[in-house]
Design a protein. Structure first.
Length: 303
């Protein structure tokens, strides 16, 4: 069944081209952050060139979310105290705010809700990476932030076809993203992948965006898998964190309840996702809402 407007890749690329450009400092930072030889001093020098980014970095550093026992006054201090990995995840928080902090009416999301959802999933992903092990928690945090990037472009098309997409999802018992594909010819994961590639985001983040709803479909023969053997585990952890984010209802859009857990991926993760695991983990994640609130509140009023 196809009763919606079929969206072409050319249409999507045209929309992406018309999106507001990220500040030059953000673009340079994205490129630097994916360079294994990058150092903290280089990062600090780029941040200092953008007064607004400098302000937001210092706001986040000094928020209760990072629990520092002294006030950070300069970017150089932030680099020295937080370290490169934490500074990298902090910079991605700012980049995700630039991209996601806007209404996405097609998914029923008001201004700020998609960004709040992103921070929630990132905080949960970090916790799950710490609990399950085998993945750098800061990498899990960073990779989760832009997982729903494609919604800011596809939302325009989803809004007018929502009833059709919902009907397909319910009748065929498929996730909302699969119903999007059947009705529109493309889904928000594919759109997000193209946006991420255009912005030269890292391969890990692109894989998370494309396969977060179904990690078991991540092709084993793909280049990132060969070079980064932990990628499957990373995507699965974020898939699980995404499910908890939806269960708690944090910044959940109209599609939030129309997804299922990928049991094959979870079995490979080696985690027994039973009622006890879900209840215990959910109770612990709820206590992290304070961290989520502190991070988002610290950036209110920023760009």
């Amino acid at each position: 069944m196809n009763t919606g407007h079929q969206v072409t890749l050319e249409e999507i690329e045209s929309k992406v081209d018309k999106l507001p450009q990220m500040p030059e400092a953000a673009i340079r930072l994205i490129r630097l952050l994916d360079n294994p030889d990058a150092n903290a001093e280089e990062m600090a020098n780029i941040i200092r060139l953008d007064p607004d980014m400098t302000t937001q970095v210092l706001r986040l550093c000094n928020s209760a979310a990072y629990g520092l026992n002294r006030q950070i006054l300069t970017v150089k201090e932030a680099v020295a105290i937080l370290g490169l990995k934490t500074l990298k995840s902090l910079v991605y928080v700012i980049i995700s705010k630039m991209a996601l902090d806007k209404p996405v009416e097609g998914y029923g999301l008001g201004k700020g809700e998609l960004f709040y959802n992103a921070i929630t999933c990132a905080v949960y992903s970090k916790y799950l990476a710490q609990t399950i092990g085998g993945i750098d928690p800061e990498l899990a945090f960073t990779a989760a932030l832009l997982r729903d990037l494609g919604k800011i472009v596809l939302g325009e098309y989803v809004g007018s076809s929502y009833k059709n997409i919902e009907e397909v999802a319910i009748r065929s018992q498929v996730p909302f993203s699969e119903a999007e594909m059947r009705v529109l010819g493309i889904n928000h994961n594919t759109v997000g992948k193209h946006m991420a590639k255009k912005w030269n985001l890292p391969e890990e983040l692109i894989a998370v965006i494309e396969f977060k709803n179904k990690p078991s479909e991540l092709p084993e023969s793909s280049l990132p898998i060969k070079e980064k053997p932990g990628l499957y585990k990373l995507v699965t952890i974020i898939h699980l964190a995404d499910a908890f984010t939806k269960m708690i209802g944090s910044g959940m859009g109209n599609d939030g309840l129309m997804y299922t857990l990928d049991q094959d991926a979870l079995d490979q993760l080696g985690v027994k996702v039973d009622v006890e695991f879900m209840d215990t983990t959910l109770a612990r994640l709820i206590h992290l809402e304070e961290v989520v609130n502190e991070m988002t509140q610290s950036l209110k009023g920023g760009a």
